[in-house]
Structures are given as C-alpha cells and as structure tokens.
Write a protein that binds this ligand. Structure first.
Ligand code: CA
Length: 442
C-alpha cells in the first residue's frame, strides 16, 4: 500500500481557486487522470489531470518544459489518446508525475511555473471525454455478500450464497467492446426471456432493465503469461480506480445464465467514469478488509496476508441517482436511490487481481477489473434496482417527482457518484458515471 507523503497534506492548496472549494471532487490531493479533447472539435484525444474545475492537458504539459526525468516520460505517455502506456509504466512513473504536478499546482509555486501551467489548462465544462483506456480485457467480479445473497435468493432460494463465494473472488470474463464512457446513451436491449408462468420463452425488449453500482480497478503494469502475481505485490499492478455501471437485463440474464454465466444480459453496455483516481490518491482512505468471524471460511494462504487484512479495503462513499424524463423537464436533481460504501466488499482489489493471475492468466495494462455490484449490509444500501425493489415487487418512489420504479424506464438516466472522506485527509471525489436508457430499436 502507498505510504502517505507531502502530496496528501490536507492543508495543501492550489493556485487554481476552484480546487480549494469545500466539496470539490478534484483538490490538489487527488489529481486523477482522464482522456479528453475540446468539445465539438476534431482534435486528437489526449490524457489530462483534473484540478478543481480545470484539466491539465498532458500533451501541452509535455511540451511546456515544466518537467524532466520520469515525470516528463510519464507526461509523454499520458499525452497519448489512451492511458494504457502510462499505466504500463508502473506506480513510480505515475507517482513522479503526481509529485511534479503537485509542486507546479500548489499555492506556493513560483510565478514562472504558474504561467507555464496556466497555458496547459482547459475548463472541464468545455471538455469531451473518451474511454480512459483502450479496453482490451474486461473482467467483472462478484464480491458483495449482501448482493450475492439478495440476487442468489431470487435464482436459488434454497442456497442463495454459492458454496465457493467465501473461498475465492468469483468473476466472469466480460465484453470489452461495449464498454463506453460516461454520458454515452444506449438503447434498451432486445433478447430472450422466460417470464414467470409462460409456457415458452419470448423475444422482445428487456422488461427488467437494471443498473449495477460498481467500481473498476485499472491494471497498471501487466504480468507475463504463466506468471502469477503474489498478494503482497498485487497493488503494484493496479493503476487506479473509477466508477462502473454494469447495466443488466435481468429477464434475459436470469433465463440465459445457467450453466455458463452472463451473456447478452450483460454485454449490451457497460459505462465507466472518465476519471481514474490513482491508488496513491486513495492512500488516506484505506480500511481493514472485511472481518471474517471465527467459524466462517478463512482465505487460503495465497489470498491472505497481514497488510491486506489491515488495509486492503477502501472507504469510497457511493451514491446512485435516478433522473427521469420528468426530473429533467422540471429542472429537478436526480432522486438518490441508494447510498453505500465500497468498504463492505468481501474481497479486496488485491485479492481479485491475485486470484485472476493465480492460474497463469496474463493481465494487460489498462485491463478493467469490475468489482461486482456494491451492496452494503442494509436493504437501503443495495447497488441494483432488482434488490431495492425486491425483484420488482416493491416499487421505489422517486424523490422530486413521486414516480414509481420497479425497473428502469426509457428516458431514465442513472448517475453514479463516489468520494472519499477521512479525518486528517482532504476529501477527494471520482466525478460521475452517467448513462441514459433510450427506447429499444425495433
Ligand atoms: Ca456486475
């Protein structure tokens, strides 16, 4: 785990005034990465770093003469239209760039540095974002016990939690081509379902469309085929984390899923936030991994060590907002429908990465490891509508408009947000991950 250093100092302030506003997602202690260009332009996409309501353009920064050494090499890699090359350089490179940017952006930076940096800034309000990486591989885990119990109960009432859940981080290999950046809308998928009481399956638009509140870990340095990554080194292979919405067609999923796992019910769209928050930025918010009471399965030795148990978890506060057509028409904010924390996940991101490689699978820089739906211990903390509405039997009432929802309707936007707060640390945020459901195409 990353040790704390001067770049985590909660008293540090930036000459970019918006970065010092309380509640800002992107203070100088955060410095997350995204890929962007000027909205409405045909400029090439390139990497950028958030500060307040601005973006430090890494392509311009690399040409500005502001940096040297490893930080300059990292800025050059980050200036590409995907961050895979920067991620491949490993944590030292991203840390060198973080420290260099911290010095250039802090309130006490000298006038010449400020002038050079000022010419590298673009307002976030004028930016269009692309995927932060070229997605070559996407794996989605299943690591929340409440989620596994709630959904498992609907599929296998006699044994909601599968016997392997507490022994290994379960996952499936997801679809890389349909991962989209926040703000990309998608059409309600068509597919096959077997409604309760029907005599035969039916084909049509999904009737039980859902979101899944997840986080995503981006693989930094990869590993060679056949080479496993020990738990103690796992986090050195994680560049950072973002928000992920694993949109799910429950009626299609539940019919098709046995015996091989999710297919069309999950592969029509997966949204990710533009900003990737580095593991360095998350360092002040580490918490113990979930405790396992005596009598419950304990992790096998390759999935356990003291450091992971002491600080393998991360306390990321998460909310989901549902914004209907009516909310937009009336100028109302999205209705918050759930609120929880990533700290409740049963397996840590290090355990997920180690499990992924233990048989020799080679991870590649920029691969996505979805954490699985994040449902906290209480019903109000569930990370999917199918859980919040008890399988569609108890509709949610949306704040603001009073509308009811059993599942998502056309025109609904789902907005994920995440942030971290801890005593003695500056609050940092992830921005948002948004997508809107469009009507099915005939
Ligand atoms: Ca999922």
């Amino acid at each position: 785990m990353t040790p704390l250093d001067h770049s985590h100092d909660p008293a540090a302030r930036s000459w970019v005034a918006s970065a010092n506003v309380p509640g800002c997602d992107f203070p100088i202690q955060n410095l997350p990465f995204a890929v962007f260009r000027q909205q409405g332009s045909d400029e090439p996409f390139r990497g950028g770093v958030a500060i307040g309501d601005q973006i430090v353009d890494l392509a311009r920064l690399a040409l500005s003469g502001s940096m040297d050494g490893l930080a300059q090499e990292a800025a050059l890699a980050g200036a590409q239209p995907q961050l895979n090359a920067l991620m491949a350089m490993g944590p030292q490179a991203a840390r060198a760039l973080r420290h260099a940017l911290f010095d250039l952006l802090k309130e006490t930076a000298d006038g010449a540095a400020v002038a050079r940096l000022r010419s590298c800034l673009t307002p976030q309000a004028a930016a269009q974002y692309a995927l932060p990486v070229q997605v070559r591989n996407y794996t989605d885990f299943y690591t929340s016990i409440p989620h596994a119990r709630n959904v498992g109960h609907m599929i296998r009432p006699d044994q909601p939690l599968s016997p392997n859940f507490q022994w290994l981080p379960i996952a499936y290999h997801g679809r890389a081509s349909s991962v989209v950046p926040s703000g990309t809308d998608f059409h309600r998928p068509l597919g096959q379902a077997f409604p309760a009481g029907a005599a035969a399956p039916v084909f049509g638009p999904c009737a039980r469309l859902d979101f899944e509140l997840e986080m995503v870990a981006y693989v930094g340095r990869g590993n060679a085929l056949g080479e496993r990554v020990p738990l103690a080194q796992a986090e050195e292979h994680i560049f950072g984390m973002g928000l992920l919405n694993d949109w799910s067609a429950r009626d299609h999923q539940f019919w098709e899923m046995a015996p091989l796992g999710p297919f069309l019910g999950k592969n029509f769209c997966t949204s990710v936030s533009p900003w990737v928050v580095t593991m360095d930025a998350l360092a002040p918010f580490r918490v113990p991994a979930v405790a396992r009471p005596a009598g419950e399965p304990q992790p096998l030795p390759y999935l356990a060590d003291e450091a992971n148990q002491r600080a393998g978890g991360i306390d990321v506060q998460l909310t989901v907002g549902l914004e209907s057509h009516l909310h937009r028409e009336r100028g109302l904010p999205a209705a918050e429908i759930t609120r929880t924390s990533f700290r409740h996940q049963y397996w840590t991101v290090a355990q997920m990465l180690t499990q992924h490689t233990v048989g020799g699978c080679n991870l590649q820089s920029g691969d996505l490891l979805g954490t699985g739906t994040i449902s906290g211990p209480t019903q109000a903390e569930a990370g999917a509508i199918v859980e919040l509405s008890l399988g569609g039997t108890r509709p949610l009432t949306l704040a603001g408009t009073g509308e009811e929802r059993r599942f998502l309707e056309d025109g609904d936007a789902v907005v994920l947000r995440g942030w971290c707060e801890a005593p003695g640390a500056a609050r940092i945020g992830f921005g948002e991950c948004r997508g809107t459901v469009l009507p099915a195409l005939g």
